[in-house]
Design a protein around this ligand. Structure first.
Ligand code: GLC
Length: 552
């Protein structure tokens, strides 16, 4: 195959789709217990149809003790009662499909919950047993084995090893957990683990899902021998800033994805795998989506780029080059359930590594007005780019990060494992405001909400924004309609020069300019606007604004 052949884009839906992430516990709550659920999602599918998205990705709703908001799965083949039943899932899937919306579910293969039957069996079994071999159990160091097997540090803070008590009551082996101690890592060198996950993939594919978002796809394989490693100072905890980490981005993961690629190919309808892989470079990230591996991977370098024109131009250029080289679409993403919402993040004035969060005592809090303008401009830019774009629930309302959550409500394990030093991710996970009226802004009928909603969120409520032509919601709708009408999800991009502080390019006849500077940028004569990220008159593009236009 020549490079041109490899790079020739196909027509599969995931190459250009707008995919909306639903965080089930915070989307819509039909049962009224304060935690969102599957019937809640079903009841609100029409609003997503109106928004115009092609697909939804649901964060985990499988059986789980919820020690990491469902990313600790105890049974991969069932729905947690908090969210409903398998029948509720089938109903939701059918209703989404009936509206032409595809459905991607979250698969968490790096680790299970400590309540998973396999881990419970492992605890009861002896060191060296097949039950223990499904996880990463090791003897400790030191004369009594009371030191951890190596010096790795958990992403959520503290050590990466937990010691167990053996069946006879004596202190025993240690097990590895990249995340919380309640999330033991599987041993992916074990064929039994591989077979189990093929079967889990088929379980959901048989039900009709269109794909999987693969959690911690870069962490599943660890360097043989588990050598000591200390993260470099201020590297981000998910691995995006570090090279050669023995538990991130190991070569062996690619065998797993090739294997899964074949499982997906057994099914009709272009089912897709999207990897969550935080890697230091786009070149490495693109290896995840070679033609026989995953179909998409999140573009975290793009997400992490600050509001800076030169850096943004460069990350877009590099993304198109590197993904294009392997024949994959680039993806684009600005927010998700692990990062500070981009309406706040893009106006932060102090460093804020991924996972840190913002709370009452954080330095560098953002200006809300500037943040929202930048977020709208950033989204207008993102939705004009070729490839697939991910949206995170609530960004279409312009929601800021919830920065004043009282400590007693916090639930992110990061907060507990760092003794409150890092606020963690609760601030981007607060339940959505659907209506300005009602105790929980229409999230449910009872007023309960697992995280408190800021009072000021009444003005971001969906019903308020629906009535306001200039709202963020209506901007998103307009952008998505135009993106589809002009087929902007595929095709190429021609760079243009509108000044150092801008990002400017042409997509066919449509010019796109974002102004990241502090002075207006004159766009010249003969301009007809298709969309402005914020309304303005004349042809001078204000700071923190983006526009799509044609030129006579
Ligand atoms: C991923 C998820 C995050 C979770 C972690 C452990 O990064 O996005 O929310 O805490 O994996 O499963």
């Amino acid at each position: 195959m020549t490079l041109e052949q490899i790079a020739a884009p196909g027509s599969e839906w995931w190459r250009s789709a707008v995919i909306y992430q639903i965080y089930p516990r915070s989307f819509a709550d039909a049962s009224g217990d304060g935690i969102g659920d599957l019937p809640g999602i079903t009841s609100r599918l029409d609003s997503l149809k109106e928004l115009g998205v092609d697909a939804i990705w649901l964060s985990p709703f499988m059986t789980s003790p919820q020690r990491d908001a469902g990313y600790d799965v105890a049974d991969y083949r069932d729905v947690d009662p908090l969210f409903g039943t398998l029948a509720d899932f089938d109903e939701m899937l059918g209703q989404a499909h009936a509206r032409g919306i595809r459905v991607i579910v979250d698969l968490v293969p790096n680790h299970s919950s400590d309540q998973h039957a396999w881990f419970q069996e492992a605890l009861k079994a002896a060191p060296g047993s097949p039950e223990r071999a499904r996880y990463v159990f090791r003897d400790g160091k030191g004369p009594n084995g009371d030191l951890p097997p190596n010096n790795w540090e958990s992403v959520f803070g503290g050590g990466m090893w937990e010691r167990v008590t053996e069946a006879d009551g004596t202190p025993g082996q240690w097990y590895l957990h990249i995340f919380d101690a309640t999330q033991p890592d599987f041993d992916w060198t074990n064929e039994e683990v591989r077979e189990e996950f093929r079967s889990i993939l088929r379980f959901w594919l048989d039900r009709g899902v269109d794909g999987f978002r693969v959690d911690v796809a870069h962490g599943m394989v660890k360097e043989a021998g588990l050598p000591d490693y200390a993260p470099v100072a201020d590297a981000d905890s998910m691995g995006g800033g570090e090279e050669n980490v023995p538990y991130w981005g190991q070569n062996g993961v690619h065998d797993i994805y090739r294997d899964w690629h074949e499982v997906m190919a057994e099914y009709d309808g272009d089912r897709a795998l999207c990897g969550e892989a935080w890697l230091p470079t786009l070149k490495q990230t693109a290896l995840w989506v070679r033609p026989d591996e995953m179909h998409q991977t999140f573009n975290f370098p793009y997400l992490m780029t600050p509001w800076d024109a030169a850096q943004l131009r460069s990350v877009i250029r590099e993304s198109l080059d590197e993904f294009g080289r392997v024949g994959a679409p680039s993806t684009w993403v600005l927010s998700n359930h692990d990062v500070v919402r981009h309406a706040s993040r893009l106006a932060l004035t102090a460093d804020n590594p991924q996972g840190e969060g913002i709370g009452p005592k954080s330095p560098g809090k953002p200006d809300a007005v500037i943040g929202l303008s930048r977020a709208r401009a950033a989204t207008a830019l993102m939705l004009s780019l070729p490839g697939s774009a991910y949206l995170y629930q609530g960004e279409e309302l312009g929601l800021p990060e919830a920065m004043e959550i009282p400590d007693e409500f916090r639930q992110d394990p990061t907060w507990f494992r760092t003794n409150g030093e890092r606020y963690g991710r609760d601030g981007c996970r607060v339940p959505l405001p659907w209506t300005a009226a009602g105790q929980s802004f229409g999230f449910n009928d009872t007023g309960d909400s697992w995280l408190p909603q800021p009072d000021e969120w009444a003005r971001f409520a969906r019903d308020v924004e629906e009535r306001d032509a200039d709202s963020t919601l209506n901007l998103y709708k307009q952008l998505i309609v135009l993106r589809r009408e002009h087929n902007l999800g595929s095709g190429s991009l021609v760079w243009e020069d509108a000044g150092d502080d801008t990002v400017a390019f042409r997509r066919g006849d449509i010019h796109v300019v974002a102004n990241l500077g502090t002075e207006p940028v004159e766009l010249g004569d003969g301009v007809t606007f298709l969309v402005q990220s914020e309304p303005f008159t004349g042809t001078a593009l204000p700071p923190n604004t983006a526009a799509w236009f044609t030129k006579a």
